[in-house]
Write a protein that binds this ligand. Structure first.
Ligand SMILES: NC(=O)c1ccc[n+]([C@@H]2O[C@H](COP(=O)([O-])OP(=O)(O)OC[C@H]3O[C@@H](n4cnc5c(N)ncnc54)[C@H](O)[C@@H]3O)[C@@H](O)[C@H]2O)c1
Length: 432
C-alpha cells in the first residue's frame, strides 16, 4: 500500500518506518524542512532505541522516503495518516487543533482519487466530524473517508509497541475503509494484536480515556506513597501486593515524580475540557490533574527538608532530566519545575542525561550540563536520581568519587535503601 505520514515526529516517524518495514511504500512528510533534510542524510532527529537502524534500512531499500511537499506526497498515496501535534492551547486547557485543521485544509486541495484520511494524532471526540466538514468543502464525499486510528505507542519502547500492540483501534462505519485497514494491519493481527472496529467518536475517546486511566494509576500510587512515608510503610510492597490482583495489574503502579511527557498532562486536561463542553463533570480526572500538578511541590519540599532548608549555594546533581528513560523528550518533565525552583533558591545544579544537553535550562546561569555521571557527582551535596535510565541503576557511589559522601534522593526507588546506607550515604527515596 502507498502510505503518507503527515508529521514526522515521535509518532509519524516511528509508525511510518514500521509500516515500511512491513512492506508498504511510505512517505514521511514534515513542514520542518530541516528535519526532512536531516532524515535524508541518515540523521534521526529524535532519540528512540532501534529507530536509526530501521530508518536507514528502509530508506536504503527505498520503501521509506522523506518529503516536505505535502501535496504531491498525498496525491501519490492511498492512505494518509495525520500525525501532527495536538498540544494544550496556550490559553485554556483544551487541545489546540490548529495543526490538524491546517493539514485538513491542505489535504482538501490534494485529493485526486479515493483516500482514507486517518487521525493518528490524539484528537478530541468530534474532531473527525470537523475534518470531514473541511474536506467536504472542496471534495465530494465518495472521494474520501475520515477514520480515527489512535496510536498507543510509548516513547522509549515505540518500535516494540508499534510492532506488537495490545490492540489496534479503527474508528469508522465505512466498511470499505475498515477492510483496507484490517488488511494493512494484518501482519500485526497475525502476531496477536486485537483488532477493534468502533465508531469514529468511540475510537477518539478510547485514546483519551486510556491515557486518563493510566495517569490516574500513577497519581493514585503517588498519593499512597505520601501516606507510606508518614506511616513507615514501603510503597513497593503496596505496589506488588496490589499489582498481583489481575483486576488492578502492576504496570503504571510505581511511585515517583509527577507524570509528564507529551501525552498524559495534555490529554488529561483535554478530556476534561471536552467533557465540560458536553456538560459532563469528570471529577476523578480533575482531581488527578490537580494532584499531579502539586506532586513536584511535594518532592521539592522533601528536598528542602533533606537540606535543612539551606538551599543557597548547595551543589545539587540531577541524574536524568527527561520525563522518563529511553527518550530525549523534555515535554512536561517534572525536572522543568524542580530545577528552576532550586536554581531560584540559589542552588548550583549540574545535570547529566544520557540524551545530552537540554536547551530548556539555557537561561539559568547556575544550571549546567556535564557529560558523565562521574563529573556530575563531583563535589555534590545532594544527588537526585530523577529518571530511571539503566545507566543509573548500578552506580558504585562508594568508589566513583574517592569515597566523598553526598546525600542521595532516589525519586525512582532504584536502589535498596539498606545497601546504600551501609556504604555510609544518607539515602532517601519515595514512599519508603
Ligand atoms: N509522543 C508520543 O509518545 C505519542 C504517543 C501516542 C500518541 N501521540 C499523539 O500523536 C500526535 C503527534 O505527537 P508527536 O509526539 O509525534 O509530535 P511531534 O511534535 O514529535 O511531531 C509532530 C510533527 O508534525 C509536524 N507538523 C506540524 N504541522 C505540520 C504540517 N502542516 N505539515 C507537515 N508536518 C507538520 C511538526 O513539524 C512535527 O515534526 C499528538 O497528537 C500526540 O498526542 C503521541
Amino acid at each position: 500500500m502507498k502510505l503518507c505520514m503527515i508529521g514526522t515526529g515521535y509518532v509519524g516517524l516511528v509508525s511510518g518506518v514500521c509500516f515500511s518495514d512491513l512492506g508498504n511504500d511510505v512517505v514521511c512528510v514534515d513542514k520542518d524542512k530541516n528535519k526532512i533534510d536531516q532524515l535524508k542524510n541518515g540523521k534521526i532527529p529524535i532519540y528512540e532505541p532501534g529507530l536509526s537502524e530501521l530508518v536507514i534500512k528502509n530508506y536504503k531499500n527505498k520503501r521509506l522516503t522523506f518529503s516536505s511537499d505535502l501535496k504531491s506526497s498525498v496525491k501519490n498515496s492511498d492512505i494518509i495518516f495525520i500525525c501532527v501535534g495536538t498540544p494544550t492551547k496556550k490559553k485554556g486547557s483544551s487541545a489546540d487543533l490548529s495543526q490538524v485543521f491546517n493539514v485538513a485544509k491542505e489535504l482538501s486541495l490534494s485529493i485526486n482519487k479515493f483516500k482514507i484520511i486517518i487521525t493518528k494524532s490524539t484528537v478530541p471526540v468530534t474532531t473527525g466530524d470537523e475534518i470531514e466538514k473541511i474536506l467536504s468543502k472542496k471534495n465530494s464525499k465518495n472521494k474520501f473517508s475520515v477514520v480515527s486510528n489512535p496510536e498507543f505507542l510509548r516513547e522509549g519502547e515505540a518500535i516494540r509497541d508499534f510492532t506488537f500492540p495490545d490492540r489496534i483501534v479503527i474508528g469508522t462505519n465505512d466498511k470499505k475503509s475498515n477492510k483496507i485497514l484490517k488488511n494493512l494491519y494484518s501482519p500485526l493481527i497475525s502476531k496477536g494484536a486485537q483488532y477493534i472496529n468502533t465508531s469514529r467518536r468511540a475510537a477518539e475517546l478510547i485514546k483519551y480515556a486510556s491515557n486518563a486511566f493510566l495517569a490516574t494509576k500513577i497519581t493514585f500510587i503517588n498519593e499512597v506513597a505520601n501516606l507510606c512515608e508518614k506511616t513507615g510503610i514501603n510503597v513497593e510492597d503496596i505496589s506488588i501486593g496490589m499489582g498481583l490482583d489481575k483486576r488492578i495489574g502492576s504496570r503504571f503502579l510505581r511511585a515517583g515524580p509527577a507524570y509528564g511527557g507529551s501525552c498524559f498532562p495534555k490529554d488529561t486536561k483535554a478530556i476534561i475540557s471536552t467533557a465540560d463542553k458536553f456538560n459532563t463533570n469528570l471529577s476523578v480526572i480533575k482531581s488527578v490533574v490537580k494532584s499531579n500538578e502539586n506532586r513536584s511541590n511535594i518532592l521539592l519540599n522533601r528536598v528542602y527538608k533533606i537540606l535543612n532548608n539551606k538551599i543557597k549555594n548547595k551543589k545539587i546533581t540531577f541524574l536524568g532530566v527527561t520525563f522518563k528513560a529511553n527518550t530525549d523528550d523534555m515535554r512536561d518533565s517534572s525536572s522543568l519545575t524542580m530545577i528552576p525552583a532550586l536554581s531560584k533558591k540559589g542552588a548550583y545544579i549540574k545535570y547529566f542525561d544520557p540524551t545530552g544537553y537540554k536547551k530548556e535550562f539555557k537561561k539559568f546561569k547556575n544550571v549546567s550540563y556535564v557529560n558523565s555521571i562521574k563529573k556530575s557527582l563531583d563535589n555534590s551535596d545532594l544527588v537526585i536520581i530523577h529518571t530511571e535510565w539503566n545507566d543509573f541503576k548500578s552506580i558504585n557511589f562508594k568508589n566513583i568519587n574517592k569515597g566523598k559522601k553526598f546525600i542521595i534522593y532516589d525519586m525512582r526507588n532504584i536502589y535498596l535503601p539498606s545497601k546504600i546506607k551501609s556504604q555510609g550515604f544518607k539515602y532517601y527515596s519515595v514512599g519508603r
